[in-house]
Design a protein around this ligand. Sequence first.
Ligand code: AMP
Ligand code: MG
Length: 503
Amino acid sequence: MNLPETPAFEARVELLPPPRRFAALGDAYAPQVATTPLPEPRMLHYNTALAEQIGLQDDAAQQPGLTAILAGNRPWPGYAPVSSVYAGHQFGSFVPQLGDGRAHLIAELSGGDGRRWELQLKGGGKTPWSRFADGRAVLRSSIREYLASEAMHALGIPTTRALSLVGSPQEVVRETIETAAVVCRAAPGFARFGHFEYFYYLDRHERLGPLADHVIAEHFPEFAGRADRYRAWLTEVVERTARLMAQWQAVGFCHGVMNTDNFSALGLSLDYGPYGFMDGFDAHHICNHSDEGGRYAYDRQPQIGHWNCSRLLQATLPLLAEQPEQAVEIANGILDRYPPAYSQAMTRLWTAKLGLGEVRDSDPELINRYLGILNNGRSDFSRSFRHLSRLRSAGDEPAHGIREEIADLAAFDAWIGDYRARLRGEQSDDRERAARMDTVNPRYVLRNHLAQGAIEQAQGGSYGEIDTLFRLLNRPFEEQPGMERYAEEPPASARHIEVSCSS
Ligand code: AMP
Ligand code: MG
């Protein structure tokens, strides 16, 4: 008897011509590696808007062939998946070989939006770079990555995206037995700082140029062909990284594992593991339970970003000049761009969060005092900024809403006086300012306890909360009637949630 076959997947979107592909760099960078099928794959969430943007079918349910592809059960027509090798500094120590231990590049597309899109499965099985691990990702961490990618994008923060979340009953052993899932990440490219470190420390410097030239040609075409293209690209990456760190700080986002292998050569947020959006503001907050020394604490992120850039520059020295001394001088010049790029971005973001239309010399002090007040009382970071927009600049009526967030009211009232004076000093219009502030101070962020709610539901077989959060966080700046509870502080019972590197 002939069983009906699963309908063939018809890609409506074209693969990039082979010379433009990352995979074309060849085996030394990214050998072909087949994905390992998962039993009973089920599409748990599909990012329709992103699918449309890329030029894919917008209805996953109508495309059984697509689910199989996004589960890693079938290759993309015409493309052989590859997994790349990279190295990296993990918690400060160099690890000579990491690589895509559970990631497969499954397609490189010329998107319907005219952009370049790479699709990468995370959790699609073992690769030559899996080391001792199983090549899988659990449902729990896959939900966290899926939601965070799109939440960050909606906040206007450069990031890899997430196209789909596929689950399977396949058991995966972590601290407990969990089930497997696969996220399909989408980005223009997944080149990491660690890709360069690998070839530098392995002493295969001749492999740095082709990799950098691919990155430049595909992602920084404005520099392609120029004699100083490496310097131009690295300067751009350093500045983008600096601005990215400022954007993380401004929304209270802690990455958790800022190893150089988790840093993008395109300046994107990458690899969402034990990240966290801060609830109560603690400048020294450590979101990753495995980060015992607090290397990646909230207030250290900007300086770690700087250090990571220094590692990238070290690894690319052979590209900068033939004479080592000259290369070091150029690299130092590039690295010097980080602090001003960071401070400018940070000042702009903090002043925007306070609704200040222009930057004045006294503003950094005003900002730091406010952060100090939040820090001392562990006031909720997102709520404290969001409520500030309701304040009137005239008079001295109590600041409703915001006062409930604050512990040290004496310090706060003194600060409010100065803040009001500062607003009046630039003839700030209350309504206009409130509207502007509400476009930079999110009402909804992906708090750990919210993600945890969706995870626990999903582990019990219900996937509705994933969709609820996905939609909510797609419009983080808008008031969404009926969704107030998602903007609340976590209940005391949820404060114990711990996230670690286990994923
Ligand atoms: P991460 O801490 O997630 O950035 O991962 C660090 C390295 O470990 C990367 O090379 C990953 O590919 C690899 N890795 C993490 N989890 C697994 C896994 N379950 N199977 C294979 N490789 C993994
Ligand atoms: Mg990683």
